[in-house]
Design a protein around this ligand. Sequence first.
Ligand code: M6R
Length: 597
Amino acid sequence: MCGIIGYAGDENAVPIIVDGLKKLEYRGYDSAGIAVFGEGGFEVAKQKGRLAELEKRLESLPIAGRMGIGHTRWATHGEPSDINSHPHLGSGSKIAVVHNGIIENYKQLKERLEARGIPFASQTDSEVVAQLAEHYYEGDLLDTVIKTTNALEGSYALGLMCLAEPDVLVAVKKDNPLIVGVSEQGNFIASDVPAILKHTNRVYYLDDKEIAVLTKDSVKFYNTDKEPLAKEAETITWSVDSAEKGGYPHFMLKEIMEQPKVVRETIQSGINIDPLHITAFNKIVITACGSAYNAGVVSKYVFERLCRFRAIEVELASEFRYKDPCVDEKTLVILVSQSGETADTIAAMREAKAKGAVTLSIVNVVGSTLAKEADHTVYTAAGPEIAVATTKAFSTQLVVLYKLAVQFALELQKLTPEGAKALLEEIAAIPGKITELLNHVDDIQKYAASCIGYKSIFFIGRNIDYAIALEGSLKLKEISYIHSEAYAGGELKHGTISLVEDNTLVVALSCCQRLYPKILSNIEQVISRGAKVFLVSNVTQAEESDKLSLLKLPDIHELFSPSLSVIVLQLFSYYVAANKGLDIDKPRNLAKSVTVE
Ligand code: M6R
């Protein structure tokens, strides 16, 4: 995790880097720092805490320079502190480094350097990069970076500056994202597009072990044999506004409200991949982490019902990678990820490929590792998602998975062309129904405001309602810090119901008309044990009572109902957290893109 940015240009690098770090803060926010090339050498400001703390420090102790690097940290090695913040400098203050990733052999390297009398200042793995680079430096930063990275094991995206080369910024990556942006006003490196979108939409995506050498007027690329590489710049189509709050108090609320638009765009952009010939496979495995995994769980119900396929499994990527999975060339492995950089999902993809499986990634970030390495990629059109809690990316993942299921079912002859057409029309109607639902924001806000005192909130549902309950529960605990769990309604009586008492809220999902009587009896069971219930349903018989509050959803095909229930669950979590006054976009201990194990 962590976000890095660098700038070489004509302007003062400090405000450019601070602004970029604001866009990268979702990647980590326990400390931040900047190093610039000032009049007399490196000028460094590092500060524990949110970026705002660094800004305060820069106000009282300003630094300035036309080239610099910045970092926002999610601590892995060494507690959050000023000293452990990046940039790290070698002990001679000749090399400055920002790093995102984990240097796995840092202890061995550190011991070797310490044995040569080199003193270390921090507890981080990253400092070893600065110390090693300084140790190796013989007059050429590019040579030094090649030599240094050859010695590193683990993952890294690095930005380096050298005291002896005041015009040169060098960047390199392995297993962590890094882009290079080019503009008339200067050149940039960054962990992600939103950090530099204000300045340029022309970017190069670095591949592993590719090195970029930037000056204010030029960008050159090399491999680790120092051979020049010809790379093509890509034009980013995201608007500058898409990475700004646009008047909303939080990115999360803005991103919730964007859902009709981005879901429509995702549906319309279609599934542009070579035909997969699903009939050639005997198994589908969907693997992902967090909310993306929950999207996979929802889709399992859809794939099963529509495709009647022999074997459809959903696996947490962190489990899949270590279980010696039973996959082969007759398995289609679907990887779902907003960032395309989640370490466990990437590892799952590599494991699947090594076993001969065909891989299909569903990814939001163009040029990300999953997008580049999977055999096939379908992009979601969510645009940049900044809030740590995913909302719009999740919704776009759902519709891609629905469409894939319809496509496969047609190919497997489990659906007639007319049947498929009818389902695609249902899918096309989802954005309009989300808009309809968003008219009830005030009702949800009011109800959520009355829920901040609950110690525990359970989410229940049956079948596909259970699948989306998982996402509701994750969203709530992630941003409101209220304990929460999701259960299949029928499971309550097998243990969990013992936790239900007076101060418990149960959020019940019911969009399966045929299962309404079943969930209703679960609702009665929890009410009789003191719980209050919030029912989210489109079932005609559903009605309010003194212990039960109802939010009615628009009518929708059962299989696609998660696309509506999730909007209520997102807003519910959002307003619970907002009423508790929490830092919604940057919940404690979390980072958006989990690029470490
Ligand atoms: O970028 P990815 O979709 O691969 O991220 C996976 C999870 O880390 C992510 O969905 C996480 O669970 C969200 N913060 C939940 O809101």
